[in-house]
Ligand binder design. Structure first.
Ligand code: B16
Ligand code: MG
Length: 219
């Protein structure tokens, strides 16, 4: 029986991907790297330094920067990103997600956050959702990022449940892979083909309700 709900942040609770994109594109332009949709998609759910490596590799420039220079680029990206994050308000919660959180809380589900973002507490604060998430996995404590299951295993432990008693909500293929490798139920939100490894996929957040999940799981 499922008693825990583990949430990804970007793409599930709110659309911060557009801010990550805007901030990374500024860095890519600065160092002369072209941008494309496949590169953008591959950055979803991936940690900050790993994302920078993917961007530099895309431009065949991974050998051209020292570790110190890479850290400066990542810091600069984060400054752009935070300026954008601080424009978020509760109106930026994706449709239906606050209702889902309310329903879960009211029915006694334990809730945790499994986001690769080191800025997750600030994003939750700006959205007015801090009270729903007393359990946020700190990505700085992780040895491996998504698609490794580590963050989802830690999230289940934070709410004192075995992984098999948890469902994870994810918009990224790397995240769905992590949830499945953790032996949790995967609820994908987004493209049915991209997220085909999930147990259930919803195209839009407003369709993600407990009754819909139960219906889909019983089919
Ligand atoms: P930060 P999620 C991820 O969030 C984003 O999808 C990914 O694009 C970003 O690089 C990563 O967080 C790290 O974010 O730079 O704020 O630490 O989808 O795991 O909630
Ligand atoms: Mg995400």
């Amino acid at each position: 029986q499922i008693k825990g709900a583990i949430f990804d942040l970007d793409g599930v609770i709110t659309d911060t991907a557009r801010f990550h994109t805007q901030a990374w594109r500024q860095i890519a332009d600065q160092v002369g790297i072209s941008w494309d949709d496949a590169l953008q998609e591959s950055l979803k759910g991936i940690g900050r330094m790993a994302a920078l490596e993917l961007i530099l590799k895309h431009g065949h420039l991974e050998q051209n920067f020292t570790q110190g220079e890479k850290e400066r680029l990542a810091t600069e990206k984060n400054q752009h990103y935070l300026a954008l994050v601080d424009t978020l308000t509760p109106a930026d919660i994706l449709p239906g997600m606050q209702a889902l959180l309310d329903d879960l809380a009211q029915k006694g589900y334990r809730i945790a956050l499994a986001s690769a973002s080191k800025n997750a507490p600030r994003v939750l604060q700006n959205l007015g959702l801090t009270a729903y998430f007393p359990n946020v996995v700190d990505p700085a404590t992780l040895t491996h990022g998504k698609p490794d299951p580590e963050i989802f295993v830690k999230a289940a432990a934070s709410i004192h449940l075995p992984p098999a008693a948890c469902m994870g909500f994810e918009d990224a293929a790397a995240g769905v892979a992590g949830i499945k490798a953790a032996d949790e139920v995967a609820i994908g939100i987004g493209d049915k083909c991209e997220l085909r490894a999930a147990d259930v996929v919803f195209t839009q957040t407003q369709d993600v309700t407990l009754p819909h999940i139960q219906q889909a799981m019983n089919r």
